[in-house]
Design a protein around this ligand. Structure first.
Ligand code: NAP
Length: 468
């Protein structure tokens, strides 16, 4: 009877996990997705908890309490810090899998070598390699994104780096095979610890050559490693829900990384080994490029005369938290009968859906948000393109300049609009570290300043002008 209840609860939890992922596809159902996912997790924990003789209840209560103590402050980070917060969660997941694998190995070893069957040993070896490398790799990724002082942000490369990294993993796998064949020799414990050390070192070295701009993609790949280590843990603990939940986690992480790679027109290998974001050697043509600036009053006048305005938000909008001011500008423009659309690039910002979430927070109607492919067809009819802290995603060099790291990345065709106003604070490049030709085009005018302040000033201009 107890077993049937357990199996039924696990099926319900699995179904909820699947629906949760499905509902995440649309902002309208995303809230429901979170509730379904959290409910599935509660069902999973409670069902495991009530199983007779599994573990001392005090330990579970302690673990849940610790989870709350760490998790609640983590949930309060600003949206711009969500990628590094997510990386921290993966680090915890990896550490949990690694520690469970370690505990199980030494427990079974002490109970007698007969416990250490080849099947269990393969699962344990996979679990500890994936778990521990996810732990240090995710901590490094979080540190890079958080710009922790002693972790280099830019890619760190040295000769034979890939050979060293892959060699390390091959040695760990070879030692793992040795352990599967000889799990209970007097030296087996030392081999086990050596595998852990190699996996921990690999996690650090794996992240070193990867630049900050690629970190969200790598975090997504680490997500899939964490999922796979959970699958291995499910085999070790003989828990079917862990196997299915881990597989969902692993495959969704993989799919997300593939989507992000496609949106940047990059291959997996290029993300992992390409050292993207390395400071580019300056190709000085001797030619001094001139920025043309416009005043707030001038920009407001052009906007007021436009019939069709496209706002292109990027990472700078997130940094400035300008979305609420943008909503006010949207209201002012639409009140005057001007059509306003938002062009959403799939990798604008620092995580998938970054712009959608911020604009939804400011209650901008979903119908005004237009995906890149769709809006590009309308760009030649656009009277004014207002670029708000976007850089790489509107850089025309991506179309033709093979020497740039963003070559081939689809962009929003801001340069095809009749006029462009670009808001940013300085002449610094975007995350790919390259100059943006859009800013020097004949029909582009810069509005230098913090996005929130500049949009706020534009709104004031409109608020002071009577509606016709
Ligand atoms: P971006 O190329 O990083 O440029 C952001 C621009 O915003 C910068 O030029 C910066 O210029 C400006 N800025 C920063 N703070 C600002 C503020 N407070 N007010 C006004 N401007 C501000 O951003 P993007 O065009 O959104 O492109 C995203 C990049 O991240 C791409 O290279 C993409 O491949 C990469 N990426 C994204 C994802 C994802 O999932 N979204 C994943 C992986 C990689 P100033 O410093 O001069 O102000």
């Amino acid at each position: 009877m107890m077993q049937s209840v357990e199996q039924l609860a696990y099926v319900v939890a699995t179904v909820l996990f699947i629906f949760s992922l499905h509902w995440m596809n649309d902002p309208r159902t995303a809230r429901r997705a979170v509730i379904a996912g959290a409910s599935a997790m509660i069902i999973a924990v409670l069902t495991t908890w009530i199983q007779p003789g599994i573990i001392h209840h005090g330990w579970i209560i302690l673990a849940i309490t610790l989870g709350f103590v760490v998790g609640i402050p983590l949930s309060r980070v600003p949206l711009t810090a969500v990628p590094q917060r997510t990386a921290l969660s993966h680090a915890f997941g990896g550490a949990a899998a690694g520690l469970v694998g370690t505990a199980k190995y030494f427990l079974w070893l002490s109970e007698g070598p007969a416990n250490l069957t080849p099947f269990r040993m393969i699962a344990i070896v996979a679990e500890i390699i994936l778990g521990y490398l996810t732990f240090t790799g995710s901590l490094m990724a979080a540190g890079k994104l958080q710009e922790v002082r002693w972790i280099p942000q830019r890619p760190v490369t040295y000769p034979f780096q890939n050979v060293v990294n892959i060699g390390l993993l091959v040695v760990a796998a070879a030692l793992g095979l040795l352990l599967v064949l000889h799990p209970a020799e007097p030296w087996s414990g030392a081999v086990f610890l050596a595998i852990i050390a190699l996996a921990l070192a690999f996690g650090v070295l794996f992240i070193l050559p990867i630049g900050g701009a690629d970190m969200p993609t790598v975090i997504s790949i680490l997500n899939s490693y964490a999922g796979l280590s959970a699958v291995a843990m499910g085999f070790v603990l003989d828990n079917k829900l862990l196997i299915t939940a881990g597989a969902l986690d692993g495959s969704s992480g993989l799919i997300l990384s593939i989507i992000m790679c496609r949106a940047m027109n990059r291959s997996f290998a290029n993300v992992l080994f390409g050292a993207f974001g390395k400071v580019q050697a300056k190709t000085s043509s001797g030619e001094q490029k001139i920025y043309k600036q416009e005043t707030i009053e001038g920009a407001a006048q052009f906007l007021e005369q436009a019939q069709f305005v496209v706002i292109i938000p990027g990472y700078g909008m997130a940094v400035a938290q300008a979305q609420h001011r943008i909503r006010e500008l949207y209201d002012q423009l639409t009140k005057r009968g001007i059509t306003v659309k938002f062009a959403i690039h799939p990798v604008a910002g620092r995580m998938p859906g970054h712009m959608n979430v911020l604009l939804a927070e400011a209650n901008i109607p979903y119908s005004a948000l237009v995906e890149m492919d769709e809006i590009n067809a309308d760009m030649p009819q656009c009277d004014v393109a207002l670029v708000v802290g976007a850089n790489d995603v509107v850089n025309p060099a991506a179309r033709y300049d093979k020497s740039t790291p963003i070559y081939g990345m689809p962009i929003i065709d801001a340069d095809r609009a009749k006029m462009v106003f670009a808001i940013k604070r300085s002449k610094n490049p975007g995350f790919a570290g390259i100059e943006n030709e859009l800013y020097f085009k004949e029909n582009t005018f810069m509005l230098f300043g913090d996005a929130k302040a500049v949009i706020g000033d534009l709104v004031k201009q409109f608020a002071g002008v009577a509606v016709h």
